[in-house]
Design a protein around this ligand. Structure first.
Ligand SMILES: Nc1ncnc2c1ncn2[C@@H]1O[C@H](COP(=O)(O)OP(=O)(O)OP(=O)(O)O)[C@@H](O)[C@H]1O
Length: 237
């Protein structure tokens, strides 16, 4: 569903992403891990069509800048981007109109209920707390019921209820065949659901780890620290 082939992204001469290839199938949850500055957000923004890059990205076979790809893809950015002078309800109405959704009100109501925003419907974007903004950003991404969804550190800023709800939503999306690519620093946060983990270091995918690759005594955390700590020691030599 999400196919990334040979993405290289440079800022000036600096390669933030260096020839990255990955794919996420329907019903698959892929996790993107890596130290600060590894290039995760750059990769995510490229895949979502927000940056120019070398290489190719397709969503269900459609090049990522096409309307078809944009219809299929939901994006939760690292920092919520809301309209300060639109209310919570108006944000959802705006998304519904932009995507030309029919009978969207029920789904919108369900999302607001799940993320405890029901009593905030009339609040303006600029009046929301950081966590409320993050919750609304998630609701906006999910309203069009995308077939593929990319989230950049989605749990940051959420309260315990929000974290539990979002994890449940992620699990339901995966069960319903959505392709998910999620970056996080909380290695255990996707523990129940991850299928593949891509560990990025210095702009490259350093390791692709499938759940079945781990033996009984090994955790994803062990793999992560082995890769990232070895890499920084190698660089010091
Ligand atoms: N607009 C920009 N101009 C120049 N360099 C940038 C820009 N955005 C990011 N970078 C650099 O690209 C590299 C990758 O940054 P990126 O934000 O993708 O990392 P990340 O893995 O998402 O980090 P974090 O975990 O801290 O969010 C970093 O060295 C960063 O300084």
């Amino acid at each position: 569903m999400i196919n990334v082939l040979g993405i290289t992204k440079k800022y000036g001469k600096f390669k933030a992403n260096d020839n990255i290839t990955l794919s996420v199938g329907s019903g698959e949850l892929a996790v993107l891990l890596g130290p600060n500055g590894a290039g995760k957000s750059t990769l995510i923004k490229s895949v979502c069509g927000l940056l120019r890059f070398d290489g190719s990205v397709t969503i269900d076979g459609h090049e990522n800048h096409t309307t078809e790809a944009k219809r299929l893809l939901g994006y939760v950015p690292e920092f919520p981007v809301l309209y300060p002078m639109l209310t919570v309800s108006e944000h959802l109405e705006f998304i519904a109109k932009a995507y030309r959704l029919d009978a969207w009100e029920g789904k919108a109501g369900e999302l607001l209920q799940r993320f405890e925003l029901n009593d905030k419907k009339m609040k303006l974007g600029k009046e929301l707390s950081k966590g409320m903004q993050q919750k609304l950003s998630v609701c906006c991404a999910l309203l069009p019921q995308p077939k593929a969804i990319i989230m950049d550190e989605p749990l940051v800023g959420l309260d315990p209820h929000g974290i539990r709800e979002l994890k449940t939503v992620i699990s339901e999306l995966r069960e319903n065949g959505c392709a998910l690519l999620i970056s996080t620093h909380i290695i255990g946060s996707m523990e129940e659901n991850w299928d593949t983990t891509y560990i990025m270091v210095k702009g490259r995918i350093q390791r692709v780890c499938r759940r079945s690759d781990l033996n009984a005594n090994q955790s994803l955390e062990d793999v992560y620290f082995a890769i990232t700590e070895n890499k920084s020691q190698e660089d010091e030599l």
